[in-house]
Design a protein around this ligand. Structure first.
Ligand code: ATP
Ligand code: MG
Length: 447
């Protein structure tokens, strides 16, 4: 993309309404615009990052054997009356009446809808296990929407639902989700720690929240510092292998890590003092096993091997897709702006032309742009007639991980400059080598 043809409405001033850095930077970098409280338009660059995050979530869900689909945002109240949650949900639910006087709602979550789909089409244990998921907008009329996309009213969520014959199978589905979430967040350059959360009336060990450590997080968290050394990495995993998934779960959840809802001082005291940490965290996901709660209420049963009709065991598993943009920026920025991890960056690298209109500089930038594009990369070329300082400030603000700077002086010596946004380190290289380096970073082969 050439910046002169793009729509990147960066703001010079720091918006007064934004209290935390990710919100400020998303507004300043022209990624979002508030439409009304807690509701945002996604401007082109924000939309690009949102899509990148969504794609990673999709890829990792499909890898785990989960099946994508799409349910609507607007739901009929009837199913919620059946489950008993229509009255229980309270004022966070946006209730709408259609022209025929029918009660509708903008879905805050989808357990009822998916259970209805399941009971309409699945009748036998032979069709299990089954995990369906979608990535769809949700609406919760939060009392205090704030921090930009972090606590919106309309927000994008991945929510998945597993249906299993036995509790044992459902717990494997739970473990599978935990493993796939670890991979998902790591691909986004994030460390999200699974923490024992409040499971409400169900009790037991059956819900974990994933938290990204950040001073601006809304949850207080308590953990054993050893946990931050754990990396999932690129280990191979067979998602059908019950023992393997269980082992990963144990590895990542055996140390003390809890939110304030489940925190237990006596248990925490058993962690050696030097490793005890209290911090704040952003909840970016939650997994849940809830047994037969909805299948009992809504009659979602299958015939088992003996022909008896039994309620299915279920769980639901959510990732805060739009909240993740804020979480990633909270975890990765400096005084000059965002620092995108390579996995989610809106453009793979920036090209800055120090002297627009100089024949050699223009030609070199065009050639770089063409070569990078031919490799399947997506560069952002700042071809505006602006001074170098302004171009650098924009690049730093929008946070592309790599920048190639091209100027007449360097070109006389046959070099351009490749700069890392994260470290600020630069090196001078012939253009072909700069291209090769960027290609290698993103795993693109040069023919
Ligand atoms: P919270 O405790 O932050 O209100 P929740 O526990 O009610 O969230 P879940 O029902 O677990 O949320 O939803 C799954 C994920 O959706 C959460 O882990 C979070 O990342 C995201 N999410 C929830 N509410 C919001 C919101 N208002 N704005 C943006 N993302 C949200
Ligand atoms: Mg939650």
């Amino acid at each position: 993309m050439r910046l002169s043809r793009y729509f990147l409405p960066v703001l010079k001033e720091t918006p007064a309404e934004a209290q935390i850095v990710s919100h400020r930077l998303m507004l300043r970098a022209g990624m979002i615009k508030q439409a009304s409280a807690g509701i945002y338009s996604w401007l082109p660059m924000g939309y690009k990052v949102l899509k990148n995050i969504e794609n990673i979530v999709h890829e990792e869900q499909v890898r785990a054997g989960h099946i994508p689909m799409l349910m609507p945002t607007l739901q009929s109240a009837d199913l919620w009356k059946e489950s008993g949650r229509y009255d229980a949900y309270g004022p966070e639910m946006l209730r709408i009446e259609d022209r025929h006087g029918r009660d509708m709602l903008y879905g805050p979550t989808n357990e009822e809808l998916i259970t209805d789909i399941f009971r309409s089409h699945v009748g036998s244990y032979k069709d299990l296990p089954l995990t369906l998921y979608h990535i769809q907008w949700k609406f919760r009329d939060e009392i205090r929407p704030r921090f930009g996309v972090m606590r919106g009213r309309e927000f994008l969520m991945k929510d998945g639902y597993n249906f299993d014959l036995t509790k044992e199978d459902a717990l494997h589905a739970y473990n599978r989700h935990l493993v796939s979430y670890l991979r998902t967040y790591e691909r986004m350059g994030l460390q999200a720690i699974p923490m024992r959360a409040d499971s409400g009336p169900i009790g037991g060990d059956d819900t974990h929240e994933f938290l990204v450590l950040a001073d601006t997080g809304e949850s207080e968290v308590f953990y054993d510092a050893e946990i931050t050394d754990l990396k999932f990495g690129d280990r191979a995993i067979d998602y059908d292998d019950v023992a393997q998934c269980q082992a990963v779960l144990e590895e990542f959840t055996s140390r003390y890590a809890r939110t304030d809802e489940t925190h237990d001082e006596a248990e925490f005291a058993k962690v050696p003092e030097a490793r005890r940490r209290t911090a704040r965290g952003i909840e970016v996901g939650q997994i849940f096993y809830f047994g037969t709660k909805y299948s009992d209420a809504m009659g979602a049963k299958v015939a088992d091997a003996d022909g008896n009709r039994v309620p299915v065991h279920m769980g639901s598993h959510g990732i805060g897709v739009s909240r993740l943009l804020g979480a990633i920026i909270e975890a990765s920025h400096d005084d000059n702006g965002i620092i995108w991890p390579e996995g989610v960056t809106p453009f793979h690298c920036g090209i800055v032309n120090l002297k627009q209109g100089d024949d050699a500089a223009d030609a070199a930038c065009d050639a770089l742009y063409a070569s990078l594009t031919a490799l399947g990369l997506d560069p952002l070329y700042d071809d505006r007639n602006e001074r170098a300082g302004g171009k650098f400030a924009t690049m730093d603000l929008i946070g592309l991980p790599w920048r190639i700077t091209v100027g007449p002086r360097g070109l006389k010596n046959g070099v351009v400059e490749l700069t890392s946004r994260r470290t600020g380190e630069s090196e001078e290289l012939p253009p072909e080598q700069a291209i090769a380096k960027v290609a290698a970073i993103y795993g693109k082969a040069i023919a």
